[in-house]
Design a protein around this ligand. Structure first.
Ligand SMILES: Nc1ncnc2c1ncn2[C@@H]1O[C@H](COP(=O)(O)OP(=O)(O)OP(=O)(O)O)[C@@H](O)[C@H]1O
Ligand SMILES: [Mg+2]
Length: 265
C-alpha cells in the first residue's frame, strides 16, 4: 500500500456483477389464421413486412386475405381493408360462408376503404387543390387516405390489406415498381404490415405489373394445375420468398373448402 491506496485490488472487490441477459428482440409475427401456413412461415408473417399474394383469378387470394384479417382482428390488431374489386358487403358474405364473422369488428378495429370511399376522398382532395385529377386509384390518394385514417383513429402498426394492389397501376403496368416504392415510402411512418394482392395475366401466366415483386418482402404464389390436363380445379401454392424467414420451400396443395375456406391438404 502506498499512501493508503491499495496497489493490488483484492479479487473479491472487483468481482464482476453478472451481466444482465439482454433479451434478443425477436420479431413479432402475424398469424395467417391457417395453422399449416403459419408453420410454413416459421410462425406467421413478420410484423412490418410487405407480403404479396399473387395469382390468377379465382385462385383464392381474397379468401386468404379474409383469413389473415380475421386472425389479426382476433389478436387485437387493427386492420385496414382496402377493397377495389368487390363491395365490402360481398366480402362479409363470402367470409361468413367460412365461419369468419367480421361484422362485430367493423368500425371498431376493422376499417374498410372501398372504391367509392377512394373516389370521394379523391374528389375532396381535388376540391382542396391537393390532387390535380380526382382519380380514386391514384396511389397518392390511397397513401393520403391511409395516413389520415391512422391519425384520426390513432392506429399504430396496423395490418393493411390492399386487394388488389394491381388496381393502382391498372393503366400503367410498366410503373408498378415505382408506384409500389412510392406507396412503401409514404406508408413507412405508419409501421404497417401490408398484404397486397397481385393479379396474374391468365394469357401469359406472369404478374401484371413490372418489377413490383422485387419490392415485396414476401410472395405467396397461388396457381392452378393446368385444367386442360387435370380436368378439374386443383390448387397449388408456394412461398416464393419471405425475407427474415427460413420458410417452407415446396409447393403445397390447398383447396377452398365449403364451410372452411382456405385449407392446406
Ligand atoms: N362457399 C364456397 N365454398 C367453396 N368454394 C368457394 C366458396 N366460395 C368461393 N369459393 C371458391 O373460391 C373462388 C374465389 O376465390 P377468391 O375470390 O378468393 O379468388 P381471387 O384469387 O381473389 O380472384 P380474383 O383475382 O378474381 O379476385 C371461387 O371461384 C370458388 O372456386
Ligand atoms: Mg379477389
Amino acid at each position: 500500500m502506498v499512501g493508503g491506496v491499495p496497489d493490488i485490488v483484492e479479487e473479491e472487490e472487483v468481482e464482476k456483477k453478472p451481466r444482465k441477459k439482454v433479451k434478443k428482440a425477436t420479431r413479432q409475427r402475424l398469424s395467417t389464421g391457417i395453422e399449416k401456413l403459419d408453420q410454413y412461415l416459421e410462425g406467421g408473417i413478420p410484423q412490418g413486412t410487405w407480403l404479396f399474394i399473387a395469382g390468377e383469378p379465382g385462385t383464392g387470394k381474397t379468401i386468404l386475405c379474409l383469413h389473415i384479417a380475421y386472425a389479426s382482428l382476433k389478436d387485437g390488431i387493427d386492420v385496414i381493408y382496402v377493397t377495389t374489386e368487390q363491395p365490402f358487403k360481398d366480402l362479409l358474405e363470402q367470409a361468413k360462408q367460412f365461419s369468419i364473422n367480421l361484422s362485430p369488428y367493423v368500425k371498431e378495429s376493422l376499417h374498410v376503404i372501398d372504391i367509392f370511399d377512394l373516389y370521394e376522398h379523391a374528389w375532396e382532395a381535388k376540391k382542396n387543390g391537393k390532387l390535380k385529377i380526382a382519380d380514386p386509384l391514384d396511389p397518392d390518394n390511397l397513401a393520403n387516405y391511409l395516413r389520415e385514417l391512422c391519425q384520426q383513429e390513432g392506429l399504430e402498426n396496423p395490418l393493411i390489406i390492399i386487394d388488389s394492389l394491381s388496381a393502382f397501376w391498372v393503366d400503367k403496368p410498366a410503373m408498378a415498381r415505382r408506384i409500389t416504392y412510392r406507396l412503401k415510402l409514404r406508408l413507412a411512418r405508419l409501421r404497417p404490415t401490408v398484404i397486397g394482392t397481385l393479379q396474374y395475366a391468365v394469357t401469359t401466366g406472369s404478374s401484371f405489373g413490372f418489377g413490383a415483386e422485387h419490392i415485396a418482402d414476401g410472395i405467396i404464389q397461388l396457381y392452378f394445375e393446368p385444367w386442360e390436363k387435370a380436368r378439374e380445379i386443383q390448387r397449388w401454392g408456394i412461398i416464393r420468398k419471405m425475407r427474415l424467414t427460413n420458410h417452407y420451400k415446396k409447393a403445397f396443395k390447398y383447396d377452398i373448402v365449403k364451410g372452411k375456406g382456405f385449407v392446406i391438404m
